[in-house]
Design a protein around this ligand. Structure first.
Ligand code: TXA
Ligand code: MG
Length: 351
């Protein structure tokens, strides 16, 4: 299959630009598109065959449910039942935007889309290209992140092409996304609202609407500990991983840079290709190595926007071993560290 990349003009979005993508979606085909968080791989959420195509294109295990994207809050009551008041309050405060809610599903949502679960994940994206695609198609669009399963999520159309070329008919290229990490997922089906995946919208933000919200314990996990089972099926898989082995060091910045240098020197001496995940503040401490800086340590949003790009760069370099720093967990930093821990397969050392 040939994959067409269609460049979208963000400053001048017109209906005609969506005609082909809409025709593909209505025919049960897949279209990748930008959202404010990461690129999504979209298909008709109510068509089990389209969901099957999504799993096949990504190489994703079919027990890992998809997020259903909507363009109108009213769609909540079409797709979900027993909706608690808190869900409407969250929708009012955070939609359109980088927030996904887990609710009890209605029968029209096929089990193929929800990975066999009786709950459904729903999000209303704010990116105008995503919003217009959903609106013009007249569909609910199931869309996981548009990466090959296990790889870092895609923040630019080039990344989508790298992973899915030949597997999908179309990519809408809207340039680099704004946020760079996937949406915050909030489970509203239990006694207490639980954040299953941290994102740009933080626990503190959510607590302003739902004061008793908490993290699912799996979110704060810092080591490979199988006794904590993630409630979001996708959070249990090895994910976001570069091809080389990433190890992350946690401790004072001085100890961290020392440990990174020591480990990098050892692997280099053994003849491996070594790369370092650093920040603007520390990059000069690693002279003689291949260094990728994710930005200023205090700029969590900037780090979030560059993290997945940087993880992909390590693959382009052919790095066998990557040694990295931890970053502050203020604001969206919590989500940054959650993705970094997973990318490292919880190879993390306290120094
Ligand atoms: O920002 C985002 O959320 C992006 C863009 C494209 O919207 N989408 C995204 O989808 O990240 P995906 O499929 O890569 O991640 C969805 C996560 C997975 O971890 C999945 O297990 C979880 O949401 N999930 C989906 N439905 C669920 C459900 N019913 N219960 C619990 N977790 C669910
Ligand atoms: Mg994903």
């Amino acid at each position: 299959m040939e994959t067409r990349v269609v460049r979208m003009d963000r400053d001048n979005l017109r209906k005609e630009q969506f005609e082909e993508a809409v025709a593909l979606l209505r025919r049960g085909e897949l279209v990748a598109f930008p959202t404010e968080t990461v690129y999504g791989l979209g298909g008709n959420a109510l068509d089990p065959a389209a969901s099957a195509k999504i799993y096949a294109a990504k190489g994703r295990p079919s027990d890992n449910p998809l997020i259903v994207h909507i363009c109108d809050t009213d769609a909540l009551s079409e797709l979900a039942q027993d909706i608690p008041d808190g869900a409407w309050e969250l929708a009012k405060r955070f939609w359109p935007g980088p927030m996904t809610m887990i609710l009890k599903k209605k029968d029209i949502v096929p089990k193929e889309t929800t990975g066999g679960l009786s709950t459904v994940a729903i999000r209303m994206p704010s990116d105008p290209i995503a919003a217009m695609l959903i609106r013009e198609s007249g569909l609910y669009i199931a869309a996981p992140s548009a990466n090959a399963s296990g790889r870092p999520s895609t923040t630019r159309a080039e990344h989508v092409y790298e992973d899915l070329n030949g597997r999908i008919p179309m990519i809408l290229d809207g340039g680099a996304v704004q946020i760079g990490l996937e949406s915050t997922i909030i489970d509203l089906t239990g006694e207490r609202p639980l954040i299953l995946r941290p994102g740009y919208i933080t626990l503190e933000d959510v607590r302003k609407v739902l004061p008793n919200a908490a993290y699912d314990p799996a979110v704060l996990r810092r080591k490979a500990d199988d006794t904590i089972v993630a409630k979001a099926p996708g959070m249990k898989y090895r994910h976001y991983a570069p091809k080389g082995q990433l190890t992350v060091f946690e401790g004072s910045l001085e100890n961290v840079t020392k440990a990174v240098r020591k480990n990098a020197a050892e692997k280099k001496a053994e003849g491996f290709r070594v790369a370092i995940l650093a920040s603007e503040e520390t990059k000069d401490a690693y002279k003689g190595y291949t260094v990728c800086s994710v930005g200023d340590r205090e700029d969590e949003a900037g780090i979030a926007a560059r993290l997945f790009d940087t993880l992909r760069e390590f693959d382009h370099m052919g790095a066998d071993y990557i040694f990295g720093e931890c970053f502050p967990t203020e604001g969206v930093g919590q989500a940054v560290m959650n993705r970094l821990m997973k990318a490292a397969g919880y190879h993390i050392e306290q120094v």
